[in-house]
Design a protein around this ligand. Structure first.
Ligand code: PBG
Length: 319
């Protein structure tokens, strides 16, 4: 005797009855790039179908997001001026601050802001440089200011992506002191030093001008260390923790899911998106199937939340 497991695969009716994992539109967060200027909606070369919007054109994409039934967006700012200390990141009329206010005027979509300095610093690193090294503790002061200015502008949640030690504690303190005790923090906890961020750095003009990010982002070879990062962030006050990228780190998502009880987010990053787009364009793979297989695998690995540039394309294929 052998077991006929194929019985439960004979048609879509039975396959859907026994299906274990579903991606829902409620799981998805859509990242949006906001750029200085007026009347801009420009496609990002390396990310077909993804655009940079000026603040005045944001309502268009927000309307699309709402119509798609997506509940959350994650904002990235591309400022006009950069300096050594990334001061543009916490200006009252900075790009993100204005973007958040504009979105909040027209929509109640949940607005999350990426808290980092690399788009705002002239050297492109995620913090303050001291003798060629990103100075951890000086950077914390800035991260606190940036997070607070986003929240003051109306951000519902902040997502620090810098990978400095102690940033979650610092940001939590600053927000609490200012009375924002109910504003959650989604920490990019296990953020790896990855080649898959390439298209994003083009999109956000945030590639480091010297060196790389290996002194603060994690070594792709390490998973136990990822658990330490996540544990630290939870102890410091993170409400949601993130693994990033997603696809090459499904095991990290699974370990995190099994070890911790907070919601887990996974970032299906720019390179993962562009890889599928490019291969599909060349006719090497079927875009929709590859997209759904990817999103399903991230969910199956244990992610509660998936941040993905595919959010708007995926909603036609999910419930
Ligand atoms: C900022 C940041 C990056 C991404 C999200 N926040 C780039 C980086 O760390 O170099 C990458 C997102 C993506 O690739 O889609 N630090």
């Amino acid at each position: 005797m052998f077991k006929r497991t194929r019985r439960l695969r004979v048609n879509e009716n039975i396959r859907s009855l026994v299906r274990e994992t579903f991606v829902n539109r409620m799981d998805l967060i859509y990242p949006i790039f906001v750029i200085e200027g007026e009347n801009i909606k420009e496609e990002i070369n390396s990310m077909p179908g993804v655009f940079r919007y000026s603040v005045d054109r944001l309502p268009e994409i927000i309307k699309e997001v709402e119509e798609a039934g997506i509940r959350g967006v994650l904002l990235f700012g591309i400022p006009e001026h950069k300096d050594e200390c990334g001061t543009g990141a916490f200006e009252d009329d900075g790009i993100i601050q204005r973007a958040v206010r504009r979105i909040k005027e027209i929509s109640d979509v949940y607005v999350i802001t990426d808290v980092c300095m690399c788009e705002y610093t002239s050297h492109g690193h995620c913090g303050i440089i001291e003798d060629g090294y990103v100075d951890n503790d000086r950077t914390l002061e800035y991260l606190g200011k940036i997070a607070l200015s986003h929240v003051k502008s109306g951000a519902d949640m902040v997502a620090p992506s810098d990978m400095m030690d102690g940033r979650i504690r610092k940001i939590r303190e600053v927000l609490d002191e200012a009375g924002y005790v109910n504003t959650p923090i989604m920490a990019y906890s296990a953020k790896y030093s990855s080649a898959f961020y390439g298209p994003f750095r083009e999109a956000a003009e945030s590639a480091p001008k010297f060196g790389n990010r290996k002194q603060y982002q994690m070594d792709p070879a390490n998973i136990r260390e990822a658990m330490i990062e996540i544990e630290n962030d939870i102890l410091e006050g993170a409400d949601i923790v993130m693994v990033k990228p997603a696809l090459a780190y499904l095991d990290v998502i699974r370990w995190a899911r099994d070890k911790f009880n907070v919601p887990i987010a996974a970032y299906n990053v720019s390179g993962e998106y562009s890889m599928i787009k490019a291969a599909a364009k060349l006719g090497y793979i079927d875009e929709e199937s590859a997209m759904m297989e990817t999103l399903t695998s991230i969910k199956r690995a244990g992610a509660d939340i998936i941040i993905t540039y595919f959010a708007l394309s995926a909603i036609h294929l999910i419930s």
